[in-house]
Design a protein around this ligand. Structure first.
Ligand code: ZN
Length: 640
């Protein structure tokens, strides 16, 4: 289902104590502001986290101060301007229901209410509750039947490890033990899956044409529930706790799927409901251009004031950014993100496993490599190179899949434990590597023994594996410290200095593989040591011929390449984000990069068209010379 490019996700969560709800809501003006801001779809509240409805409901609880049917007016006037209207329904948080039916609230395994009534926070409603599901479905039904909405956005769709009386009873019924964490997790997943399936089918039966999305649950490796979404919305507010790495990681997973997706940021300085907090223009531009360059549609979150008015300054800002999107979106509609490297992730990675993915993504973004994040169910053959970062032990099924991939010419980079068998201390993949033992030293040091501009001895902050290789070139060797630092002996402030070179390889490069002895990717995200990035980039360059390469672009800028039929788009984004305060990364200005050379290796360029950006662009055979990039530059390329 095709998504609109320029969306607003409009929150409206209001305590029943607020007395003037929607009093100054003028639907004509509302739609006009949206139109002027170049918005073409609005997600509009039907029911909020307080459990209050903003339409004439016979099922739910209308906000006591509501005098107008806001949903009906919004649908009518937005449609008049050709703008879509999606209805928002809060599922897992409903304060009204929590107070009316305290036994609907989730109970933690410690036996407490998930949120106490003494806290000023949302109470989480258990979704394993027939009566509550019917309540949600009846609200959905009256919205779908009485209002010509273009879709439904269900929010807060997840279940915790609830042990309320219903959950305990049903777990026992299913042969699960509520005292065991794994069983509680198994059960919560069943509850979530059943809710998604049942609700999706329920909506489809009433209005097969509408968009359906379940929020608060997007994660890597959720393929089993994909059928229940018409599209994906990646909620990711970089200054609202998600950070600047979250969106590109999620985008690089969701762009491998055959469904439209959007990136959702917000206009707030911080996070949702940051009233009076307005993002600066550079910040919003960076976020929106990053979404577009990754193949997403855009959504900007806002919250309407209780009286029904919008901040016009906010819509001037949104309008100025969406004006730019409007000019380039038709070009981006014709291409899809290109990737030649597949980064293999565990399903639902967390802790050090997520660190490994985040570190890999950072390195590949900073070295301007084109990659996607995949799981073991993905088609490996789409990629020239696979990276298995740090912790990917190999089971029987994956062993065969990777060995087949290598036989057919695929290349692989492994680090630390990746590639080793799940069941024994040896490599499971057909590679000339022999596992000896875990390194006894923290830290290890390493030194390149090939001719590279890096001549020093470098530290690896986390310990690695001792391996031997029968074939392949040793690029760097491990250097051991004098001893490990502990109470028996230590030397100087931090790590013990290096003593002498060992015979063991640190980095090995073969014809179709490279192995790095330590967890370089998770160490990179935790320490940010630039030499780790250079190692990975060097190995990639030596294993594959890249389709696209760039010179003179700094590592804190990004190059995303997308391709269509006989055309491509090069998006270059340079808005340095910095930590200059105690809370968030800020973007104060556009970065300037000069004299870039972009090389498109297996393509013959017919002509180019600059869609966005400053400075001249020239072609020289298959090389594109970009004189200057300031902030964002987008170049559309036609091939012969
Ligand atoms: Zn429960």
């Amino acid at each position: 289902m095709k998504l609109k490019y320029r969306q607003i996700h409009l929150d409206f969560h209001n305590s029943p104590l607020i007395y003037n709800i929607g009093e100054n809501f003028e639907p004509e003006k509302f739609a006009e502001i949206m139109k002027k801001a170049n918005v073409n779809s609005v997600t509009f509240f039907a029911k909020c986290h307080h459990g209050m409805s903003y339409y004439k409901t016979k099922v739910g609880k209308m906000h006591p101060a509501l005098k107008k049917d806001l949903l009906s007016l919004a649908v009518e006037y937005l449609h008049k301007e050709g703008i879509d209207c999606i209805a928002y329904i809060s599922v897992g948080w409903d304060e009204y229901i929590a107070y009316e039916n305290p036994d609907y609230i989730e109970i933690t395994p410690e036996g407490k209410l998930s949120t106490s009534f003494l806290e000023s926070r949302w109470k989480k409603i258990c979704l394993n509750n027939r009566k509550y599901i019917e309540y949600i479905h009846k609200q959905t039904e009256e919205i779908l039947k009485n209002y010509n909405v273009d879709g439904i956005f269900f929010d807060i769709v997840f279940q915790n490890e609830c042990v309320c009386k219903r959950c305990v009873y049903d777990m026992v019924e299913k042969g699960l033990n509520p005292e065991v964490k794994e069983d509680r997790i198994k059960f919560k997943k069943i509850v979530e899956y059943n809710f998604l399936k049942e609700t999706f089918e329920f909506v489809k039966k009433i209005r097969p044409d509408v968009k359906i999305f379940f929020n608060s649950r997007l994660r890597i490796g959720m393929e089993e529930e994909f059928d229940f979404y018409t599209h994906f919305e990646i909620e990711s507010l970089p200054t609202g706790g998600w950070g600047y790495n979250h969106f590109p990681i999620m985008a690089k997973y969701f762009q491998t799927q055959n469904k439209d997706f959007l990136g959702m940021t917000a206009r707030f300085h911080l996070s949702w409901a940051d009233f009076g907090g307005i993002k600066n223009k550079e910040g919003l531009e960076y976020e929106i251009f990053t979404i577009i360059a990754n193949g997403g549609k855009c959504s900007i979150g806002d919250q309407m004031n209780p009286d029904g008015t919008l901040e016009e300054e906010v819509y001037d800002l949104i309008g100025s950014v969406y004006e730019k999107v409007k000019k380039i979106e038709n070009y981006y509609e014709r291409v899809k993100p290109y990737a030649e490297i597949g980064v293999l992730s565990f399903k639902e990675p967390s802790g050090e496993k997520y660190d490994a993915i985040e570190g890999t993504a950072r390195i590949l973004l900073e070295t301007h490599n084109q990659f996607q994040i995949i799981t073991e169910d993905s088609d490996f053959k789409k990629y020239k190179l696979l990276i298995l970062p740090d912790y990917y032990l190999i089971g029987e099924k994956l062993k065969k899949k990777i060995n087949d991939y290598l036989k057919e010419g695929g290349k692989i980079i492994l680090s630390y434990d990746s590639g080793i068998s799940e069941n024994e201390n040896k490599f499971a993949i057909d590679l000339p590597l022999k596992f000896i033992e875990k390194s006894k030293f923290i830290p290890d040091y390493f030194k390149f023994i090939v001719d590279l501009p890096y001549k020093s001895k470098y530290v690896m902050y986390n310990p690695g594996n001792i391996v031997e290789c029968e074939k392949g070139k040793v690029i760097a060797k491990i250097i051991k410290p004098y001893f490990n630092r502990n109470w028996r002996h230590f030397s100087s402030h931090f790590q013990t200095p290096y003593e002498k070179e060992t015979d063991y390889p640190a980095i090995i490069l073969g014809n179709n593989f490279a192995y790095i002895w330590a967890p370089i990717f998770s160490t990179y995200i935790n320490y940010g040591y630039w030499i780790y990035r250079e190692i990975v980039d060097y190995l990639i360059k030596n294993l594959i011929e890249r389709k696209i390469e760039v010179k003179n672009l700094p590592p804190n800028s990004y190059l995303y390449y997308s391709e269509g039929e006989n055309s491509g788009i090069i998006s270059i984004i340079y808005y340095p984000h910095q930590r200059l305060n105690k809370r968030i990364d800020v973007i104060y200005s556009e970065g300037i990069a000069e004299n870039l050379e972009v090389l498109l290796n297996d393509k013959k360029i017919e002509n180019i068209e600059k869609l966005y950006g400053e400075g001249e662009v020239e072609i020289e055979k298959n090389k594109i010379k970009v004189k200057k990039v300031k902030g964002f530059s987008s170049i559309f390329v036609n091939f012969k």
